[in-house]
Ligand binder design. Structure first.
Ligand code: TK8
Length: 339
């Protein structure tokens, strides 16, 4: 009888522990549907990343943590969708970091021309202490960056002429992102820089309101700019990062386990997205040629003149970016390059 009592007590305790554990698991994940705004289409590498991130969140939450993407600026462009995320009416957005400088000017260092020499350098700076330093500034403006994703190296397209040398920029009306570094860079190149939201670019190119724009191959293809742009010149003048942003209001409402899951899955999505973006660059460029774009390299001597001309942008923008941000990123690059 004594033994039976003990055994029964043991069974009851085990059952209680199991219920508690299940209960905690219940508290870990609630039924959620997070709305995510994307500025590109599902068949852009960002789509691969978002699909992977969403599958990861569902799997890790027993089907409770759902992410629903809205493609092609349906919920607004980078600026308006980001404002909606700050207000909490949309949960997530994946803009370029460039438009964020209106809230966090220190991010402008990432937009400096020819800053990164390779994707590897960009990954190490963004995923390292510099990226973490930028991330620490976002909650104050109502945003949490889960991970940096890839937009890519940017190249110039236009409808007027191939850009073979710096003089070919003069007089070109070039749409740029709403960001002082891009405006300054294209002014220094002699173009007429026209800041504009991404969602308006196709029609501005079609109506010849602007002559050209600059973006990575994947977006030139995904947004069908080849339909309204004859020339693609391989300037590779800057590397653009995306930020997988969540509303701080949404983030603060998540359990620690949900927060951890979102971070893990955003990193999984990032790795997939970067992989696809880099794997497809070559075939995307070939595709643009077959869709009628006339693609030209720029002779090294002419590239050297272009790089030389825009160096002054670093000085012009130093004050707005701030010495701490500049020092941190340039220091990281020196370390990475073994200088
Ligand atoms: C997409 C934009 C785009 C950017 C631009 O949301 O505006 O040219 O390159 O990627 O962020």
């Amino acid at each position: 009888t004594h033994r039976t009592l003990l055994r029964t007590a043991g069974l009851v305790l085990t059952a209680a522990a199991a219920t508690l554990a299940a209960g905690t698991a219940q508290a870990q994940f609630q039924e959620r549907n997070l709305r995510l705004s994307s500025g590109s289409g599902k068949d852009h590498p960002t789509g691969n990343g978002i699909v992977k991130m969403a599958a990861c969140a569902l799997a890790k939450s027993g089907g409770k943590l759902r992410i629903t993407p809205y493609w092609d600026n349906q919920l607004g462009n980078d600026n308006t969708a980001t404002q909606s995320v700050r207000s909490g009416s949309i949960d997530m957005v994946v803009p370029s970091t460039a438009p964020l400088v209106s809230m966090v000017p220190e991010l402008g260092v990432l937009d400096l021309p020819f800053l990164f020499a390779s994707e590897t350098e960009a990954d190490q700076v963004l995923d390292g202490k510099a990226g973490a330093w930028f991330n620490a500034k976002l909650p104050a403006v109502g945003l949490v960056n889960l991970a940096y994703w890839e937009n890519g190296f940017r190249n110039a397209t236009n409808s007027k002429r191939p850009i073979q040398r710096i003089e070919d920029f003069s007089g070109l009306k070039m749409r740029v992102m709403q960001n002082p570094v891009y405006i300054d860079t294209f002014k220094e190149l002699g173009a007429n820089a026209v800041p504009m939201a991404f969602s308006e670019v196709y029609s501005a190119l079609e109506t010849r309101t602007v002559d050209g724009q600059e973006n990575p191959f994947a977006l030139i293809d995904n947004m069908k700019f080849y339909e309204v742009q004859k020339y693609l010149s391989l300037t590779r003048h800057s590397y653009a990062a995306l930020a997988m942003l969540m509303s701080k209001k949404t983030w603060d409402g998540l359990s620690p386990q949900e927060q951890e899951t979102m971070k893990t899955c955003a990193a999984e999505g990032r790795d997939e997205q970067r992989k696809v973006s880099r794997a497809k660059a070559g075939s995307t460029l070939e595709g643009l040629k077959s869709k009628g774009m006339q693609v030209n390299d720029i002779a090294p001597a002419e590239m050297a003149r272009i790089r030389d001309k825009v160096k002054v942008v670093y000085e012009h923008q130093a004050k707005a970016i701030g010495s701490e941000s500049l020092g941190l990123v340039m220091g990281e690059l020196k370390r990475i390059r073994g200088q």
